[in-house]
Design a binder for this molecule. Structure first.
Ligand code: NAD
Length: 234
């Protein structure tokens, strides 16, 4: 599971541990991972913009655990420069954290899933912002998540007969430290647009990840599941 030390990452880790899985949490935030020490949790510090570091950490997972039943690509960020004034370095970093890191994790994880029992799972944490053009998200963030969802569909098709199910969960406003990238005004308007009058909680998104990874999720693959309290229904 990537981005384990973040708002959603902590909730997803807690959900999966409660469901009886051993969670290996990858994050660049070493103190954050250290604060999560628990039976059933192994933290590994890794910069997901570094493809060779990703390969190394999955090799270590293979040694320590003998394989992998599920991968959650959750690490991500939202850089807020707006078009056309987006520095090339910011575009590269946005794509690298939100898309390429997940791509490399899938490349490293799938061989560790082969030969394991049951339906193995990949869950990619996308964003409703890839599909709702009324909300604030800048284009490089939207594009990084749209690319991730295309990867979801490609891998779902490619590995269906190998029983590796790949889905995206695309949340709208969820109360995590990522909210700090927004100005107070943008945040207040975005929360006011949520039909229940409040943002979603990380535990609510984590429950859906847990569902997809549970046996109930075995028959879903290639889907982008949007969670937004019904905000965009017209
Ligand atoms: N919070 C929301 O409203 C919301 C909405 C839609 C989608 N999302 C998505 O949910 C996911 C989780 O975000 P969050 O809201 O928990 O934010 P967060 O900032 O709390 O967590 C993100 C985590 O990713 C880690 N990370 C960032 N860059 C990294 C790197 N280079 N290498 C390793 N780890 C790195 C951070 O250290 C952090 O722990 C992201 O993919 C985000 O795009 C969030």
């Amino acid at each position: 599971m990537t981005g384990a030390a973040g708002g959603l990452g902590r909730a997803i880790s807690a959900q999966l541990m409660a469901d009886g899985l051993h969670v290996v949490g990858l994050d660049i935030n070493a103190p954050g991972l250290a604060s999560m020490a628990a039976d059933g949790f192994t933290g590994r510090v890794v910069d997901l913009t570094d493809a060779s570091a990703i390969a190394e950490v999955f090799a270590q997972i293979a040694k320590d655990h003998g394989g992998l039943d599920a991968l959650v690509n959750n690490a991500g960020t939202c850089f807020m420069s707006d078009f056309p004034n987006i520095p090339a370095s910011e575009l590269d970093r946005q794509m690298s954290i939100n898309f390429s890191g997940a791509f490399h994790c899938c490349q490293a994880a799938i061989p560790l899933m082969e030969g394991r029992a049951g339906v193995r799972k990949i869950v990619n944490i996308s964003s409703n912002g890839a599909y709702n053009f009324d909300v604030f998200d800048p284009p490089h963030y939207r594009a990084s998540k749209a690319a991730l969802d295309t990867l979801t569909k490609d891998l779902a098709r490619r590995y269906a007969r190998d029983k590796i199910a790949v889905n995206s969960i695309a949340p709208a406003m969820t109360e995590t430290p990522l909210f700090k990238v927004l100005t107070e005004d943008v945040l207040a308007r975005a929360i006011a647009a949520m039909p229940h009058g409040h943002a979603m909680q990380p535990s609510e998104i984590a429950a859906w990840v847990g569902f997809l990874i549970s046996p109930a999720g075995d028959i879903s693959s290639g889907n982008v599941i949007i969670l937004n309290q019904g905000r965009d229904v017209r």
